[in-house]
Design a protein. Structure first.
Lengths: 306, 514
């Protein structure tokens, strides 16, 4: 087990190296000139060239990549081209708001989504299934910016119960977490239902039932346990995506998260920030995949970690 | 609204000034929150070029001179000044007894430090251009500074009123080095408390040079990208001033008696660049036809909900030297005739480029529809800002430029006519040197622009810029569209907050919030 973990963690290094090269190539191939963006429209040609020299953007690409790798080897992310702020500090300020929002949204969305999915699976074709389907379709098809603005209008402007946005105490989490989680819950519900229905049609479920295993045991042990494997995979993926920052929800609720930072950095061609963020997302996905693999073994001991 | 608002603001300012001496400390703290559309980039005044950050830096810093809410030059840290006749030597007499919030005294050595720092090419600060004319700065005595220029520059006091020339605290510069821009606080009415992610917190500078001011205790500057959310913050009382407010949302603020609308003309001229170096726009008849084909009144109504003005010159009114010329008007029949005369009886096809910003995109679509009336078929191309910037500035020659028509505009950051016309009308200002994306070149205009630049004589300058405006208006290197307004909304309890013509948030020193 320990050896397995070690091997998996060591395996992240080549992945991150490959990602760093890919991202570096990608951001530098994007059309756009950060030196001009930094210097601004008022700047003279000489000023723009000065900025370019200062940022070492006049160096050949391989030299820039070398510099970047050297920085990384020393655990330094450099400074933002746009604000001169250390990239680590910029990401640090936005990581916790993003993480908390992701965790809170995911917790309620997964509990509700999986619960509804199982309920629909067990009671498929009945009114509970239909009601859950309607709820899920609503959850999936409500655009989150619209849902968010409606919530703000109702709970902040008309009722004055909740703050319109920003990062702060629990009250600040209610609307963003609801908006962000509703689409996840809907997807989880539909996915769990179909996974459940698929497993329920397996021979071994029929065998269990014919052997006289009580219905409760059929549902929990034979069906759900096996249906949970793809559900865990999906949960891991969703978690990873949300950790990358929910751009729409962050924008509507003025949430200081990683998604908006990435968008701003891309539009400003703030290379060090883009590179660091994408690398962080890659790292997060690697870790989440590892956790997902460990969870497989927990849910179904038949799956051995090798 | 504009007409009613100004007297009210003036009255508020007058009341504020009158009551100042007899006022006692307010019972409850006045906490002002301003919600803006983007993040502050930095606070080092000498290293900023975006309006939002400059406006924030102006709350914490002051220059020797400053521009007030109407962009009129008023004294700041300098009380008086003298200049020699040649306008090459300026002596500034500084205010006594001013200090930074950390106790560092403000004196002549601080001014010298600031000017030397800003002008030193090694520092590579974005506002270096404001100091290039300075040869050297001397400390005459503790409160007298003498600045010797390399060449005559009559507009030097106006130059020093630019936010980029505000005085920085030498102690903080030494203490923070590269991180100075995150910690800069000057002698302004407010001082920095904290700045994290999208929230900048300031508080009253108790050392401010005017006793009893400011009257607002804390000021929070928040970046809220979504227009609807900013408006909701204002409605919910979480913010007391929001900027900008898109024209289509104005109606929502008008219904609420607790909210007021700020609406004043900006210095921004709106236009479409046409590539004058290439066919079909190299023909003045074509350019004239396009100008005549646009229903400017409909443009103001459709795109700006009426919050824009008719244009009478390539330069905005409110800039010194502005000349009001005859408007272009709307004449489809004449436009068609001109096109036929130019050899395009059935019109032509062209591409108009815009950014994904709502106003820019809608302008392109509006023009697409307008031009169809004279047989000109426009294809709309939406380019993200980074891609557009690269396309515009990395092109080597007018003939190879790939942008045919570009939805854009220009606003001067100095309030001076030179910067109001030179960047986009000067024949030597083709990109990447400046922003003449039309590749417009007329020797008459070029000569006048250069004449205006080389003299300090106000009458001579006015004459030069009159020639520029008249000639460029006639040549129609651009499609002239109109002058935009600055739109903001605020809680009625807030007095003394505004948006200046250059688009910067402005808080009067004696602003109040109830």
């Amino acid at each position: 087990m320990f050896e397995y973990l070690l091997r998996r963690l060591a395996g992240t290094i080549p992945v991150l190296l490959a990602v760093s090269l890919f991202v570096f190539a990608f951001v530098h191939l994007l059309p756009g000139d950060p030196a001009r963006m930094v210097a601004g429209q008022d700047a003279s040609f000489e000023q723009v060239e000065n900025v370019r020299r200062e940022l070492a953007l006049d160096q050949p690409l391989w030299a820039q990549y070398g510099r970047y790798l050297n920085q990384m080897a020393h655990f330094q992310l450099g400074r933002s081209i746009k604000t001169h702020e250390p990239v680590a500090a910029m990401i640090g300020q936005r990581f916790m708001p993003t993480l908390w929002l992701t965790v809170i949204s995911m917790v309620w969305a997964v509990i509700l989504g999986v619960g509804l999915g199982v309920l629909s699976g067990v009671r498929r074709g009945r009114w509970e299934d239909r009601a859950a389907a309607v709820g899920a379709i609503l959850g999936i098809s409500f655009p989150s910016f619209w849902l968010g603005l409606l919530l703000i209008d109702l709970f902040s402007v008309r009722l004055g119960w909740l703050p319109t946005g920003g990062y702060g105490g629990w009250a600040h989490f209610v609307m963003p977490a609801f908006t962000l989680g509703s689409a996840v819950a809907a997807v989880m519900a539909r996915f769990t239902r179909s996974a459940y229905v698929e497993v329920a049609a397996e021979d071994y479920v029929r065998t269990a039932r014919s052997k006289g295993v009580p219905e409760r045991g059929v549902i929990w042990t034979h069906t759900l346990r096996n249906a949970l494997i793809p559900v865990i995979t999906l949960t891991g993926l969703q978690f990873g995506f949300l950790l990358g920052g929910a751009i729409v929800v962050e924008t509507v609720f003025a949430w200081p998260g990683l998604g908006r930072l990435l968008i701003d950095s891309v539009s400003f061609r703030d290379y060090p920030v883009i590179q660091a963020e994408i690398l962080l997302f890659a790292l997060e996905f690697v870790l989440i995949n590892l956790i997902v693999d460990l969870l497989y073994g927990l849910v179904n001991p038949e799956i051995r970690l090798k | 609204m504009t007409r009613r608002l100004m007297p009210r603001l003036l009255l508020a300012a007058a009341l504020g000034a009158g009551l100042q001496s007899g006022m006692t400390v307010a019972a409850h703290a006045a906490d002002l929150t301003v919600a803006v559309s983007d993040n502050v980039i930095g606070l080092d005044p000498q290293d900023l070029n975006d309006n939002l950050s400059q406006a924030a830096a102006r709350l914490t810093h002051e220059g020797l001179f400053r521009l007030d809410r109407d962009m009129k030059l008023v004294p700041g840290l300098a009380e008086t000044f003298e200049a020699n006749a040649a306008a090459t030597e300026f002596v500034f007499h500084l205010r006594h007894g001013v200090s930074f919030p950390d106790g560092t005294p403000f004196d002549a050595s601080v001014v010298k430090f600031s000017f030397d720092r800003g002008g030193n090419p090694a520092n590579n600060l974005k506002r270096q251009s404001l100091f290039v004319m300075i040869d050297h700065t001397d400390v005459v005595d503790a409160y007298t500074v003498k600045v010797t220029l390399k060449y005559p520059f009559g507009a030097f006091p106006a130059d020093l009123a630019h936010p980029g020339a505000m005085i920085v605290n030498p102690k903080l510069v030494a203490q923070w080095g590269k991180d100075f821009t995150r910690h800069a606080t000057g002698t302004g009415p407010y001082e920095l408390v904290s700045w994290e992610a999208d929230t900048l917190k300031l508080k009253k500078n108790t050392h401010f040079r005017i006793a009893g001011l400011p009257k607002i205790d804390t000021l929070t500057y928040r970046s809220v990208a979504e227009n609807g959310t900013r408006l909701a913050m204002l409605q919910a009382g979480e913010a007391q001033f929001i900027f900008p407010v898109p024209p289509e949302m104005i109606k929502l603020t008008e219904k609420n008696p607790k909210l007021a609308l700020f609406d004043k003309p900006s210095l921004l001229s709106l236009f479409v660049d046409l590539n004058n170096a290439k066919k079909p726009f190299s023909d003045i008849r074509v350019r004239t036809a396009l100008n005549l084909a646009v229903d400017k009144a409909a443009y103001r109504k459709v795109i700006w909900s009426g919050y824009a003005d008719e244009q009478f010159s390539p330069m905005a009114p409110g800039i010194d030297g502005y000349v009001k010329l005859a408007p272009w008007g709307h004449d489809v029949a004449k436009a068609k005739a001109l096109l036929a005369e130019a050899g395009y009886p059935n019109g032509f096809e062209a591409t108009i480029t815009c950014t994904p910003a709502t106003i820019s995109k809608r302008t392109a679509e509006f023009l697409q529809q307008q031009m169809a009336a004279i047989g000109v078929k426009l294809n709309v191309e939406v380019l993200e800002a980074g891609v557009l910037t690269a396309k515009l500035y990395t092109n080597p020659a007018p003939e190879t430029a790939t942008i045919q028509m570009l939805v854009t505009g220009w606003s001067t950051s100095t309030g001076d006519a030179d910067w109001g016309v030179r960047p986009f009308l000067w024949g030597k200002g083709f990109p990447p040197v400046l922003n003449n994306f039309s590749y417009y070149k007329n020797p008459v205009v070029d000569e006048a622009i250069e004449a205006g630049l080389s003299t300090v004589d106000a009458a001579k300058r006015a004459a030069a810029y009159k020639i520029v405006q008249e000639q460029a208006w006639k040549d129609a290197p651009l499609i002239f569209l109109g002058q935009s307004h600055n739109l903001a909304a605020y809680a009625v309890g807030l007095k003394g907050a505004s948006i200046r013509g250059d688009g910067q948030f402005n808080l009067d020193d004696d602003a109040t919030l109830n």
